[in-house]
Design a protein around this ligand. Structure first.
Ligand code: GLC
Length: 484
């Protein structure tokens, strides 16, 4: 794997969780012999400033071509650490990674991002080359791994180790392409001919040249090939035909388990739900909510960002609390959205709370203590919060798009299969409509329907082993066949 994030060392979003959890699940399935993967599985990650490296670690120095270096190459340390189920390989290049912000700061992206992540990719490939270990698949993630595909074509096509390797690209977030302006393209160390007069779209070019490409749900794989939702990649993706697939993400069900979670007020499981009420009462206390209210608590956790629809939540918040629900929002991001949320919360402090931080434990208390979980995303390649919410007995209310459409079943449309509530339009009115249907089920004197929605969601198996691992192994196998 080559990626810019991997839990617990570096994470800003779902990418970090997925790189860690998928690698572990693949490594374990390989070790158990359930899939034909011979270890060790390596994950190449930048050693950012915030990554803590334990004393006594092993490091190897690799000579890596670097066009910005006076003699055309530089020595890069690659630190090996044992990850949980895989081997982490930190690319320790202080000039690129020992600074604030993985991708940029509040004043914008780092100007040399093409070079920085180019060096991540080139160091990974050079490490594999000098180790001369046969490698079947190099799996790269998002634009930060895209340059590896271009280097393969340019420099490793006939290489003994990497020449027969299949290169697979996973798109987690098509909104970021790694656009590189023409004057910076040379820093990537590619032969001439890449890009056009304006520059180089790293993600799109890697889409065109990888052996297989996927995104993280079947519905999003269809959506992203349309001009409305393709973010400039629809042509390139559609052009790959059946070499572009959708594989829904899983979640790590050991890490996300209300029966063992130490961060929540009480533990619970489908057959013993008292703990959930304790979590709910504790959350209401913590947030200063009116304890006498009979309505549900709705939670929302994530980046305050129009992609995630937090502006829609802000527009709907007044009506949601007026309908009898209470609302808690946890997240940081867009200052305008945060201000609007705070404004509504100030009018009803005992019914709405906004916490503008990144707090892993409070996120868990919200998953466990809420009755409903809101995700009105404008686009959502996969999403994992909706799966976590279901596992914690908190039916999600989601916009039916991407991975949300693939994982949440509307309880009114499908009374015997429902696990939450869904709506179609990206508007506050549509969100409020779905929340109102959920409130109706919650406050129905006959609680059996609500309990069934909760129980069905909790019993769904979102583990990587149950589905996605097989999907990735199949994709790797196809990519290898195509390559060879
Ligand atoms: C991105 C997507 C999200 C997905 C995650 C991991 O953050 O926006 O939908 O779950 O990547 O694949």
């Amino acid at each position: 794997m080559i990626a810019s994030e991997c839990e617990p060392w570096a994470k800003t979003g779902g990418l970090g969780d997925v790189v860690d959890a998928l690698s572990r699940a693949l490594g374990r399935a390989g070790a158990a012999g359930t899939v034909a993967i011979d270890g060790p599985l390596d994950v190449f990650l930048p050693r950012y400033r915030t990554v803590e490296v334990p004393a006594g670690h092993a490091a190897a120095t690799v000579r890596v071509p670097d066009p910005t270096s006076a003699d055309g190459a530089r020595d890069v340390d690659v630190i090996g650490l044992d990850g949980d189920g895989y081997r982490l390989r930190l690319v320790d290049l202080p000039a690129a990674f020992d600074r604030d912000g993985y991708y940029g700061t509040t004043s914008g992206d780092h100007a040399d991002n093409a070079w920085r992540f180019g060096m991540l990719c080139r160091t990974a490939l050079e490490t594999l080359r000098v180790e001369a270990r046969p490698v079947d698949v190099v799996h790269v993630h998002d634009w930060q791994g895209a340059a590896a595909v271009l280097y393969r074509d340019a420099w490793y096509w006939g290489d003994f180790t990497l020449g027969r390797t299949a290169f697979v690209l996973t798109i987690h977030n098509p909104a970021y392409h790694g656009w590189t302006h023409r004057p910076d393209v040379w820093t990537l160390g590619l032969p001439g001919g890449y890009g056009d007069a304006y520059g180089l779209d790293l993600l799109r070019t890697a889409i065109e040249h990888a052996d297989m490409v996927n995104t993280v749900s079947p519905t999003f794989a269809r959506e992203v090939t349309t001009p409305q939702m393709g973010m400039g990649l629809d042509w390139a993706l559609a052009g790959r035909g059946d070499r572009f697939v959708g594989i829904l993400n899983g979640i790590d069900q050991v890490m996300w388990n209300p029966a063992t979670d130490a961060a929540i007020a009480a533990r619970y499981a489908p057959a013993a739900m008292d703990g959930k009420s304790a979590c709910r009462a504790a959350l209401a206390r913590e947030l200063g909510f009116d304890p006498a209210s009979g309505g549900p608590i709705a939670g929302a956790v994530g980046r305050l960002d129009p992609q995630k629809g937090f502006d829609i939540i802000a527009d709907a918040a007044g009506r949601i609390v007026a309908s009898g629900a209470r609302l808690v929002v946890l997240g940081s991001g867009d200052p305008m959205i945060a201000a609007r949320l705070r404004e509504v919360a100030a009018t009803a402090p005992d019914r709405m709370a906004v916490r503008e931080t990144f707090d892993r434990d409070l996120a868990r208390r919200i998953y466990a203590g809420s009755d409903l979980f809101l995700m009105p995303s404008r686009f959502e390649p996969s999403g994992q919060s909706q799966m976590i919410a279901m596992r914690y007995g908190t039916p999600p209310v989601v916009r039916a798009t991407g991975g949300l459409a693939d994982s949440v079943v509307d309880a009114d449309a499908a009374p015997h299969a429902g696990t939450g509530w869904t709506f179609v339009d990206a508007t506050a009115t549509a969100l409020v409509g779905a929340v109102d249907r959920a409130i109706a089920a919650f406050t129905d004197p006959d609680r059996s329907r609500w309990d069934e929605v909760v129980a069905r969601g909790m019993s769904r198996d979102w583990s990587w082993e149950a589905g996605p691992v097989g999907g990735y192994v199949e994709m790797y196998t196809r990519a290898l066949a195509a390559r060879r």
